[in-house]
Design a protein around this ligand. Structure first.
Ligand code: ADP
Length: 451
């Protein structure tokens, strides 16, 4: 007799962990299956935060925002290609998702901004550390307190079994290559994206051959393949985001929170070349258009002090620093006068003496004039796959005929359509919590009705 659960969750990133907690709170017995040695998935690498409008943390900081504006800016950032029904649900449920986390000890009370947004709505941990590690450890703490949730790591789901058009279980394969069948009443597929599967990336986007990826090695798109065997439909598979600021020798992501904290991008010629707070697609395209296909992200001591991630960048040896702009220019083999002029011009924009010629109007926090000065060489890398399987607003996976596959739910990066042609920074963490909850709730409901 195979072991039996109400709900099996495939993948232990933010979407899977959230779904498991939500399902168990409704009374379901849950198994989470994770193919990597540790839980957390690519969510562990999420850096900037979680977008939401009309939250209590915004109110506490006196930030006035609206769901409507969040919707419009996400749609514009997504090149108008977003699934508007899912996007509406996303925006509507975002503030509840922030509260849901806070009620479970995961408090995102610091707020910053990302490219394509006009208002500070990216919620972060109060100590300004990266959001991913904080979120995953907080979710895991909740899971440890719930004996009705089991986690198996180092174990892949390699097949889904269906009987009479209804999901009935999964086949597992562990690190010793032993196979095991598990029975379940419903399934949540939360397997993430496919940025770390270069064959699959290049299949959909030949122009991305040779690009590094910021993703963990588990981001191979296996969940999409599993669901396709059940007849799931897919959407937007060619919509693949390259993130503009990736340290190329290690593929390490330099968080958008650094620009959100006031940093600028400068070419090897010592000049700015874009509104750094434009969307990721536009900033990446401009960097690729530079003669070096790379640029420098430049910040000062005040930005370093406000963002803990900078300490990691320094410890990892990414950062070149110098006491003065002239010394920094020399260290970067850059024209000294050009860099000084660039900083002077930018500082006049910050102090409202001058409008920005590139149209930057956000994250103009404080002049870049507190030495030491810092620079990291960056270029774009494959970061997020916006395409994936189709779902409805119950997180049910839809077949190619648009009909739900009975008992099969999906959430997170494995799902396509929400972000359209370009995902806004801070919207992936919102996505995994909002749709993870939805998938967990509906998967539990479905399973418990079958009893
Ligand atoms: P999301 O942000 O959507 O939650 P993540 O990338 O954070 O996605 O997490 C997805 C997780 O799913 C990763 O930890 C990955 O290793 C895991 N995973 C992917 N495919 C499988 C599979 N076939 N079986 C088990 N785990 C899987």
């Amino acid at each position: 007799q195979p072991a039996s659960y109400d709900v099996v969750v495939i993948g232990s990133g933010g979407a899977g962990l959230t779904a498991a907690i939500q399902a168990s709170e409704l009374g379901a017995k849950v198994l989470i299956v994770e193919k990597m040695p540790i839980p957390g998935g690519n969510t562990l690498k999420a850096s900037v935060g979680m977008n939401a409008a009309e939250t209590r943390f915004q109110t506490l900081k006196g930030i006035s925002d609206s769901k409507e504006l969040f919707y419009q800016e996400t749609l514009a950032g997504g090149q108008g290609k977003n699934n508007t029904v899912l996007l509406h649900e996303f925006v509507e449920q975002a503030p509840q998702a922030i509260d849901w986390l806070a009620e479970r000890g995961i408090v995102l009370s610091d707020i910053t901004i990302t490219g394509g947004m006009s208002i500070d709505r990216t919620h972060r941990p109060a100590d300004a550390s990266a959001v991913g590690g904080y979120l995953v450890s907080g979710l895991l703490k909740n899971i440890q307190q719930r004996p009705e949730i089991e986690i198996m790591t180092d174990t892949s789901v390699t097949g889904i079994c269906c009987q009479d058009g209804q999901v009935c279980g999964v086949t597992l394969l562990n690190a010793q290559q032993e196979s095991q069948d598990i029975s379940c009443r419903s399934l949540v597929v939360a397997t993430g994206g496919f940025s770390a599967n270069p064959q699959m990336v290049v299949h959909y986007r030949p122009d991305l051959a040779g690009f590094v990826t910021t993703n963990h090695p588990g981001a191979t798109g296996s969940g999409i393949a599993l669901l396709q065997t059940l007849g799931a439909g897919t959407v937007d598979m060619g919509e693949i985001q390259i993130h503009p600021t990736v340290e190329q020798t290690t593929s390490y992501l330099i968080s958008e929170a650094i620009r959100g904290g006031g940093a600028i991008l400068v070419s090897q010629q010592g000049q700015r070349f874009i509104n750094e707070m434009d969307t990721r697609d536009k900033v990446s395209a401009r960097i690729i258009g530079l003669p070096e296909k790379a640029a420098w992200i430049i910040f000062d001591q005040q930005i370093r002090e406000h963002n803990k991630a900078t300490e990691t960048y320094i410890a990892r040896g990414f950062v070149i620093s110098a006491g003065t702009p002239a010394a920094l220019a020399a260290a970067l083999a850059m024209d000294t006068a050009a860099l000084q002029t660039t900083l002077d011009q930018y500082n006049r924009v910050v102090t409202h003496q001058q409008a920005d010629i590139f149209g930057r109007t956000t994250a103009l926090r404080q002049p870049l004039d507190h030495g030491p000065y810092y620079a990291i060489r960056i270029a774009p890398g494959v970061h997020h796959t916006m395409g994936g399987v189709t779902i409805n607003t119950r997180a049910e996976v839809l077949g190619q005929n648009r009909q739900p596959l009975a008992g099969v739910f999906a959430a997170g990066e494995v799902v396509g359509g929400i972000h359209g042609g370009n995902r806004i920074g801070g919207n992936a963490v919102a996505d995994i919590v909002i749709f993870g909850r939805m998938a967990g709730e509906n998967a539990a409901g479905y399973a418990l009705r079958q009893q």
